[in-house]
Design a protein around this ligand. Structure first.
Ligand code: NI
Length: 169
């Protein structure tokens, strides 16, 4: 496994639409292992492959609490089959938009279909933090960041702040 560099705004690759994965093989599992290690190191609870500069439809996630053992999750070619009309707000952040947090409103519950680490097709219902996180990560696959859900003013302020922070570091 290896740590990868996480791209931050306004890196143009973050705006790319990610391509479907053809086959879940050892090379893809190696990518997912690197993504997970990079996410834990950051630390974060979700990461899309495009955030490390690989525009493929792959997401890793771990929503376990600090005192719980790790619960890595892998989503390849995820699709949303259904989304509730009811929405819920949540204060989101993103490893590609460091230090910025703001409220985004999304469907409260979704039904997903995806391939797991072994390449098996899974259907799963998501609610709460899981629903927020999978929708946030799936946005990345379309080149959409959570700040794209905010007003233009807030988005521009966020990018400015990140640029300043990166320069200062
Ligand atoms: Ni993100």
């Amino acid at each position: 496994m290896a740590l990868r560099e996480i791209l931050v705004v306004p890196h143009p690759v973050l705006k790319q639409v990610s391509k479907p994965v053809a086959v879940v093989d050892d090379a893809l599992r190696a990518l997912m292992d690197d993504m997970l290690e990079t996410m834990y190191e950051a630390p974060g609870i979700g990461l899309a492959a495009v955030q490390i500069g690989v525009p493929q439809r792959v997401i890793v996630m771990d929503l376990a609490r600090q005192e719980e053992p790790p619960q890595p999750r892998y989503y390849v070619n995820p699709e949303i089959l259904w989304a509730s009309e009811e929405t819920a707000p949540y204060e989101e952040g993103c490893l590609s938009v460091p230090e910025i947090y703001d409220e985004v409103e999304r469907p409260a519950r979704v039904k997903l279909r995806y391939l797991n680490y072994q390449g098996e097709q899974i259907e799963e219902d998501a609610e709460g933090l899981f629903a927020v996180c999978i929708q946030h990560e799936m946005d990345h696959l379309e080149g959409v960041l959570f700040i794209d859900h905010l007003s233009r003013l807030k988005r521009e302020q966020a990018i400015k702040k990140v640029k300043k922070g990166v320069k200062a570091a």
